[in-house]
Design a protein around this ligand. Structure first.
Ligand code: DQA
Length: 141
């Protein structure tokens, strides 16, 4: 079984970026821990700071029969991208929206997600553990 984790803009800076909000773990460090938790699952990872490559990767993965699902932290594109919404709708693979921070306890703009209606579900506010909860949700689907 394969699960793809996709991170959007600025999430390549995890570990350095606003550690009071996003913590001090790097994504690479966290992925090691996560892969250790699920040795039977192939956990792939993709990150881009741009919308186009994120959409390309969703389209590429979204029709793979071996892929159980995609865990997507679209970063700020969550709140702005109808194109990502359309890409999630277009593919066969279920997508779980995740956020490290509790977006509902932050600025008003972060309470709106353009991608949530296209996703299987949403997980937010559990720090890096949000990704593991996303993986769990996909395994259980
Ligand atoms: C985020 C929340 C977004 O509002 C923000 O733009 C991010 C990270 C999170 O994981 O908490 O880049 O998706």
């Amino acid at each position: 079984m394969k699960i793809l984790i996709v991170n959007g803009p600025n999430l390549n800076l995890l570990g350095r970026r606003e550690p009071d909000i996003y913590g001090s773990l790097t994504m690479e460090g966290y992925l090691e821990v996560l892969r250790g938790c699920y040795p039977e699952v192939e956990i792939d990872y993709f990150q881009s700071n741009s919308e186009g490559p994120l959409i390309d990767r969703l389209q590429q993965e979204g029709f793979e029969p071996d892929t159980k699902g995609i865990v997507l932290n679209a970063g700020a594109y969550t709140h702005t991208s109808l194109a990502l919404h359309d890409a999630i709708k277009a593919i066969d693979t279920p997508v779980v929206e995740v956020h490290i921070s509790n977006v509902h306890s932050r600025e008003e703009i972060r309470r709106q997600s353009l991608i949530a209606p296209a996703c299987a579900g949403v997980i937010a506010g559990f720090g890096m553990d949000s990704y593991r909860l996303g993986v769990e949700a996909l395994i259980a689907l």
